[in-house]
Design a binder for this molecule. Structure first.
Ligand SMILES: *Cc1c(COP(=O)(O)O)cnc(C)c1O
Length: 421
């Protein structure tokens, strides 16, 4: 297996070469409505560097065949590439073994997998599932479905006005009835980084397991599941430079082993008889059907790319940019930013005077500025904040200070059009 470290450069010592990084992303060179694209919708999905696009392209051009089945050259090569991608993900996440990495479509599918299999085996009538009010719908609805099916109750940890979790509320709601604690590592609306290690330790103290939604964390920080101490960690490739339709679920081996299979079909069995089947060992037990081979290869390349630049260097760049954006936006009268000032990533939600978020996004789009507007799959959180939508600008490794300036200028235009004084 090629370890990601073997390809990393000593870039943490070199200056962050933003122009070189931007040149790696072909889409950043395009115009939108005749002006340069300013892409600030990274929390919804990131753009892709050449190396990822080329890895996917080369796979289809040179080695594509179905995996795990063929004895021919292409199938062997495709299988090696697919399983090699799993090794890269496992190494990157600090997994004890590659068999703890299940390839899935993304965070949503990963959480549904756990709710359907672990949930069906371990959650029953009267049990409780403890989530937070800032969870993405994909870490809410699968548990609500499970709770309804088995007669369990879902409880929610409160969010403070500064956007942090109310830990006293967590301590209060966590009881011997709690079977699972589900928490987002980083909020996709508030940008806040949650104290996942502490949450996991406390969950274990009452005999509960802890699932972490890592969709907004993996793009920006080095994850080590051992240090976090959680039991499941879910993430999506497309938010961290990889193609859509690929992501991974990491789970502790003993838990994954104890779980019944999820979808049935090819690839997930070691034997099928007319009177039943024997499931394949991990990880294939949870990967029914032909997998997204190209996606997995793209994800491995995305991880290599992030590691070549260095997640520490990326973090430092993004932190400086986030501070700058918060300062510039903070200078605008009647613009309210949600989420904390510290302990956050560059996911910046805001409301501006009486301008609806959708109108803001439309006006900004005319200036080439791509932001998100809406509830961000966080409807319960929106209700908690007392708004029906926010505008959200989200930063990634290729954004610049001058792009923040363009955002601020475009907000000035919106203010002018809507007569905000
Ligand atoms: C995007 C996101 C998800 C869902 O990810 P998909 O790739 O759509 O499955 C879940 N949780 C958070 C925090 C997200 O930002």
């Amino acid at each position: 297996m090629e370890t990601p470290d073997s390809t990393s450069v000593t870039s943490s010592h070199a200056a962050y070469d933003i122009e070189r990084i931007r040149a790696d992303f072909p889409i950043l060179a395009r115009l939108v409505h005749g002006v340069p694209l300013v892409y600030l919708d990274n929390a919804a999905s990131s753009q892709k560097p050449y190396s990822v696009i080329q890895a996917v392209d080369a796979y289809y051009r040179e080695i594509h065949a179905n995996v795990h089945r063929g004895a021919h050259e292409l199938s062997i090569r495709a299988t090696e590439a697919y399983e090699g991608a799993r090794d890269v993900v496992a190494d990157h996440m600090g997994a004890a073994s590659s068999s703890e990495i299940i390839f899935v479509r993304g965070t949503t599918e990963a959480i549904n997998l756990v709710a359907s299999t672990w949930g069906a085996a371990h959650v029953g009538s009267g049990d409780e599932i403890l989530l937070t009010k800032m969870e993405h719908h994909s870490n809410l609805v699968p548990w609500q479905i499970l709770a309804e099916r088995v007669g369990a109750t879902v409880r929610y940890v409160d969010v403070a006005t500064d956007g942090s979790l109310v830990m006293e509320d967590y301590d209060r709601l966590l009881t011997s009835r709690t079977r699972l604690v589900g928490v987002t590592h980083v909020s996709n609306t508030l940008g806040v980084v949650n104290p996942v290690a502490e949450i996991a330790t406390k969950a274990h103290d009452v005999g509960a397991v802890c699932l972490v939604d890592g969709a907004q964390a993996t793009p920006h920080m080095q994850i080590d599941v051992g240090t976090l101490g959680c039991d499941f960690y879910a993430f999506s490739g497309h938010k961290m430079l990889a193609p859509t339709g690929i992501g991974a679920l990491w789970g502790r081996r003993e838990l994954l082993d104890s779980m019944p299979p999820w979808q049935g079909g090819g690839e997930m069995i070691s034997e099928v008889r007319l009177d039943g089947f024997t499931a394949a060992p991990l990880p294939h037990k949870f990967e029914a059907g032909t997998p997204h081979v190209a996606g997995a290869i793209g994800l491995a390349e995305a991880i290599r790319y992030l590691r070549r630049i260095g997640l520490d260097a990326i973090h430092a760049w993004e932190s400086a940019l986030t501070t700058y954006a918060m300062e510039r936006l903070g200078e605008i009268d009647r613009l309210e930013i949600y989420g904390p000032k510290q302990n956050r990533v560059g996911v910046i939600s805001f409301c501006y005077a009486d301008i609806h978020a959708h109108d803001l996004a439309t006006i900004l789009d005319q200036k080439g500025v791509a932001i998100r507007a809406g509830h961000h799959c966080n409807q319960p959180l929106m209700e908690h904040l007392g708004v029906d939508a926010t505008a959200r600008a989200s930063i990634y490794l290729y954004n610049t200070h001058s792009e923040i300036d363009v955002l601020v200028e475009a907000l000035g235009l919106a203010a002018h059009l809507f007569g905000v004084t």
